[in-house]
Design a protein around this ligand. Sequence first.
Ligand code: PMP
Length: 432
Amino acid sequence: MVEIEARLDELSSLGLRRRTRLVSGPQGAHVLLDGRPVLLLCSNNYLGLADHPRLREAAADAAMRWGVGAGASRLVSGTMTIHRRLEQRLADFKHRERALLFGSGYLANTGIVAALARPGDVVFSDALNHASIVDGCRLSRAEVFVYDHCDVEHLRWGIERAEGRGTLIVTDSVFSMDGDIAPLAEIAELAARSGLRTVVDEAHGTGTVGPGGRGAVAAAGLEDEIDVIVGTLGKALGSYGAFAACDEPMARYLTNTARTFIFSTALPPPVVAAALAALDLLASEPRRVQRLATNADTLRDALAAEGLQAGDSTTQIVPIVIGDAAQAVAVSEAALERGVFAQAIRPPTVPEHTSRLRLAVMATHRERELREAARTIAAAARAVGVDASPDPRAAPFVTAPAVPEGHAATVIPAPTRATVFDVDAAPARRAA
Ligand code: PMP
């Protein structure tokens, strides 16, 4: 039996204990946190739509017209006209034949990966994929080859070693904790050559990157190459839920096999209406997407001027890796005292020794606020004794230890070691 208090004490001693913080009022660029006004720099409400009047009105109208709940799962009696309407709009938005709504991004990834892989298959998964993909791999009971982050050579090597048992490559497009983008063209090419399917999770790419915010897959011109594009409605689109964009046969297959689609209540009408309003806004005000990119550049530049490097981030997600979990929390707390809310992100969300402040820019932040926030975070780091160099050419802000050898195995712990497809042996064999 799990010793609950002992486990909580252990988490505390490792600097890994977590708690919720209370935001009063709506989500915006500024919020009241535990009663104090702060600049919000760790929300996925990237376009500032969660509290937009048009989304609020759409949700309120939908509640009056259709009620607040769908009452059943999609395959029983929960499919309403508004679900169909949103699915059609999302399919058009992603330039695919069909889109299928899911209750959340977590449910989409777990359900889709588990539907597309079986025991005996091998799934190839990026080492920094989101936990919902990791859990989808576990649910599938397939073997999992975790390739080094964005390392196409490692992926190629793994596919060769699978000797025809490979079935699926799955990756985030915009990585949730690093803000870099997967090498999608190379992955798609490799998949086509090897006869593998592809699932790309655009949770952080939908509404934020690519033409009109259509995502990183669209930016790379790969809409017809990727088998399933997952997108979420709860981040840039300001609402809640998720979808899979795919072709007609795949939509029919997932409708019949994705257990998280089949066995979960359909999305509530107000949430669906708000997502429709968000898509309208995205089409009529595309400058929001541009503004988000400009704001991200502004923040990265301002951080660099303080000696804080944001890794390989090219998007609205801007990580400052501290390394040690307790130190990351201390910097976050010191920044909060100075009015900037930038949550510390620790294992297991990120690999050991890479705890960080995951800064998330919004299109509704002002340039001045972002520059000021960079100064505040640098001051917070200095206040807790984390060395920050004012010279951008100097050594990185904090030298985080490299991700330990074999980290992939700890990112996706297998149900049993024996079912992992050579994860541990991979680096050594590659060198040989
Ligand atoms: N995929 C990624 C990459 C994510 O970051 C998240 C949420 N943080 C999800 C999926 C899950 O989406 P949702 O919050 O809608 O469950």
